[in-house]
Design a binder for this molecule. Structure first.
Ligand code: HSE
Length: 438
């Protein structure tokens, strides 16, 4: 290409500022360069990264020209030449302020920052709207899987009743290994860290916070209501034992960390992340290793499942680039993406009122009358038992009780009463059961 045509191309190109050069940022830059001619045609103009903002300037980045990289992140979001900012640095600050500044400077933004959106989504969506620019974030939930655009656009004419997702790859990998190899939680976590599937500090993943942030974003779109990460009831997987997995297996179930948002008959929405048994016949049971899937139920469409890679630099970059091209098309040909709507303003149901089935494992004395006392305790709290299994253990026995649907409040009261019984040595575990009619 001659010097003058390079100049012409640069003059007409859509200028992009990239904030963050981790796994995702590097892949976004690589794909943009490798696929530049196709992406230019699809976008209506060449796409050109003109600045890359990093916090640590000392890291070697041989694939990037020195002129491109800056530690002055503010200079990117205020640069009049830049029309689109891609934020893939993560964290709440300075990401929030940088995005707000970019929007105030009439730049459209693509972000993969689930924690930020789950906390400050409304403020950011409003700022994008007021400034007449786009804010897209497909990569923030379930990596490469297109799920936000379907919720915002394809099924916006339907009435979503429930979303049930496996939206954290780390925990799904751990649970898959526990299920398929009979491995212990701590052992698998260590292996996952060695293989790079789990972070050195895995708490946001294994305690469910990452999934809760993603669920808040999904629920907000699905139910046209503001749902924040802090609204989501959240329980992780670190307390699960291989015995829990074995019991689930014995009754034809598998344990998954589920992110569930559902609309109750009372018009409230319940949002929760917790491990749960699901039947092996349920579509989500076949989602293995670090894959993600989101199962959506809507009044007219019925059941749908979106499946794919939920993490990793390249898959996440695919979602970022999809948003980038969509915004670039708006710049080239006019238009603006559809905005979030919070008109329904549905209230969040307190977890105590949410109905689920439960599996309770009790370590009890093995003598006459024990079963009757245990059954009475459930009955006293109006929790209906579906099945009881007992296995002997010398003087002791293990009782595994499956309930019909009960509220969290009634179940918790039942468990508290069971714990006080002299014949109950220990309430070993309490797990929810999903994916079956109550
Ligand atoms: N840590 C997440 C996971 C990916 O394990 O799925 C980024 O959200």
């Amino acid at each position: 290409m001659s010097n003058s045509s390079v100049k012409d191309q640069s003059k007409n190109s859509i200028k992009i500022g990239l904030l963050g050069l981790g796994n995702v940022g590097v892949e976004v830059a690589r794909i943009l360069e490798e696929e530049s001619s196709d992406l230019s045609v699809r976008s209506g103009a060449p796409l050109e990264i003109v600045k890359v903002g990093v916090r640590d300037g000392s890291k070697p980045r041989p694939q990037f020209s020195k002129n491109l990289i800056t530690q002055d992140l503010q200079s990117i979001v205020t640069d009049p030449e830049i029309s689109i900012v891609i934020e893939v640095m993560g964290g709440i600050e300075p990401a929030r302020t940088l995005i707000l500044t970019a929007l105030a400077n009439k730049k459209s933004v693509v972000t993969a920052n689930k924690a930020l959106l789950a906390k400050h989504g409304s403020e950011l969506y409003q700022a994008a709207h007021e400034n007449g620019v786009d804010l897209y974030y497909e990569a923030a939930v379930a990596g490469a899987i297109p799920i936000l655009r379907p919720l915002r656009e394809s099924i916006v004419g339907d009435h979503v009743t429930r979303i049930m997702g496996i939206v954290n790859g780390t925990t799904n990998y751990i649970l898959t290994k526990m299920d398929e190899e009979g491995a212990d939680y701590h052992q698998v976590l260590k292996e996952a860290q060695k293989l790079g599937f789990a972070e050195a500090d895995p708490s946001a993943d294994v305690e469910g916070e990452d999934a809760a942030a993603k669920l808040a974003i999904l629920a907000s779109l699905a139910f046209h209501s503001e749902v924040r990460g802090e609204d989501v009831f959240c329980q992780g997987i670190s307390h699960l034992t291989s015995h829990d997995i074995d019991i689930a297996k014995a009754i034809g179930h598998v344990i998954k960390l589920l992110a569930i948002a559902e609309r109750g008959d009372d018009g409230q929405i319940s949002v929760r992340v917790h491990p749960a048994l699901i039947p092996r016949s349920h579509p989500l049971a076949s989602v293995r290793n670090s894959f993600n899937a989101v199962f959506v139920e809507a009044k007219s469409a019925g059941e749908m499942m979106f499946y794919g890679r939920g993490a990793g630099g390249e898959p996440t970059a695919s979602a970022v680039l999809g948003d980038l091209v969509a915004i670039a098309r708006h710049i080239s040909f006019g238009g603006l993406g559809s905005r979030e709507s919070g008109y329904a303003n549905l209230a969040i149901a307190p977890i105590g009122t949410v109905f689920t089935r439960y599996l309770i494992r009790l370590d009890v004395a093995d003598r006459p009358g024990v079963l009757a006392t245990v059954a009475n305790t459930f009955a006293n709290h109006k929790v209906s038992i579906q099945t009881v299994r007992q296995s002997g253990r010398g003087e002791d026995a293990e009782l595994v009780v499956m309930t019909h649907a009960a509220t969290d409040r009634d179940l918790s009261a039942t468990v508290a009463s069971l714990s006080e019984l002299e014949i109950v040595k220990k309430v070993e575990s309490v797990l929810r059961v999903e994916g079956v009619e109550s």
